[in-house]
Design a protein around this ligand. Structure first.
Ligand code: MG
Length: 370
């Protein structure tokens, strides 16, 4: 099975409710879909969302970097040489992690199709049933409580609450949510770099003294503030997780070597695909640290890849935050992984299991070879 061409398409799905974090507000899942054509007629699917404020990637940028630099090196390569193909994707350009992720996902999809096995089985095997949390966007307290109530009604028992735009209001939000939902749900906080190290310690010590038990607090400080993370981790009992601070295997080693965090949030859009996500899961095992698998606001093609990885690496990946597809009004992807409320179900079709995608808008000037 040889790579013959790489095509691009857009896929847009409206969200049920607009998604708000300390960094941005969006109302659509808008993916760039990468399609890899092979000499035997098999098609590999990968995708990535544009996240300029997180990874710096845009759709146009991804198309350019793939077309100009990576695609020419991949043409005629054998999918069977998976490690070599991934090495080329990772090493041809620096950065551009979302473009690399979309490509790698399509390559792994084809790898599964080559050996006629679902990806999670090729990666080591695991459970077909996973359970995700749901994101509660940052908003006024009443709106956040209403969103939590709706999530609980939909069957979610883990809430990932976005905060981080005002310290005192954030503490009030967490208190209110914990009082109403702390008994029936686990609560994770995602501060999205919104606090300083001292503010975080202040907030968490206050919350801990009131017996507010949070499962974890994600990325309280700026992404490059490793010292701040360590300062916090040394002073609070609540587990601290790195998200925007942990893109590469090297960063993960640095964080864990210095005991700066307790948990690593793996996202294929940060690692540049599955090969380095697997590396990170293996590294955390050496430090007896746990991982969460997360996603950007992206559709079910890329998130399917993350779900297969989570299943196969369940020893390390003990927390699942793959609610991206469930936030859309519908899932245009046929076959593949099923996202239904908190339940994620993997299929046994080869690769990612995708059979068709409704509403793909092909980008005609984005074909390689040009
Ligand atoms: Mg996060």
């Amino acid at each position: 099975m040889k790579i013959k061409a790489i095509r691009f398409a857009k896929l847009k799905v409206p969200l049920v409710t607009p998604f708000k974090t300390a960094l941005r507000e969006v109302s659509f899942i808008e993916d760039l879909v990468v399609l890899i054509e092979t000499d035997c007629g098999q098609l590999g699917y990968g995708s990535a969302a544009a996240t300029p404020v997180i990874t710096g990637d845009t759709h146009q940028g991804m198309i350019s970097v793939i077309n100009q630099f990576i695609a020419p090196k991949l043409i005629d390569m054998e999918i069977a040489n998976l490690n070599q193909v991934c090495h080329i994707i990772q090493s041809t350009v620096v950065g551009n992690n979302s473009a690399k992720a979309a490509l790698e996902l399509a390559v792994y999809d084809l790898w599964g199709k080559l050996y006629q096995a679902p990806l999670y089985k090729l990666l080591g095997g695991g459970s077909k049933a996973l359970r995700t949390d749901i994101t509660i966007s940052v908003d006024g307290i009443d709106k956040m409580l209403a969103d939590c109530e709706l999530a609980v009604q939909q069957g979610f028992d883990i809430l990932k609450v976005k905060i981080g735009n005002d310290l005192q209001q954030d503490i009030a939000r967490i208190n209110a949510i914990y009082q109403s939902f702390g008994q029936q749900t686990q609560i994770r906080l995602d501060v999205n770099q919104g606090w300083s190290a001292k503010q975080t310690v202040f907030a968490l010590q206050q919350l801990e003294s009131k017996n507010v038990q949070l499962e974890l607090v994600e990325q309280p400080v700026k992404s490059d503030d490793f010292k701040g993370l360590k300062y916090i981790t040394e002073r609070v009992n609540t587990p601290i997780m790195a998200d925007e601070s942990a893109f590469s295997p090297q960063q993960v080693i640095q964080l864990l070597e210095h005991n700066a965090v307790d948990i690593i949030n793996i996202k294929v859009m940060k690692t540049g695909g599955l090969s380095r996500a697997i590396e990170i899961a293996n590294i955390t095992a050496q430090y007896q640290a746990q991982c969460m698998i997360g996603c950007m606001l992206e559709g079910s093609i890329a998130v399917a890849g993350a779900a297969h990885l989570a299943s196969a690496k369940a020893q390390q990946i003990t927390k699942i935050d793959l609610d991206g597809p469930a936030l859309g009004q519908y899932d245009p992807v046929q076959g593949g992984v099923e996202f239904k409320g908190p339940e994620i179900t993997l299929g046994d079709a080869p690769g990612l299991g995708i059979t068709d995608i409704n509403g793909l808008q092909h980008i005609t000037n984005g074909i390689w070879p040009l």
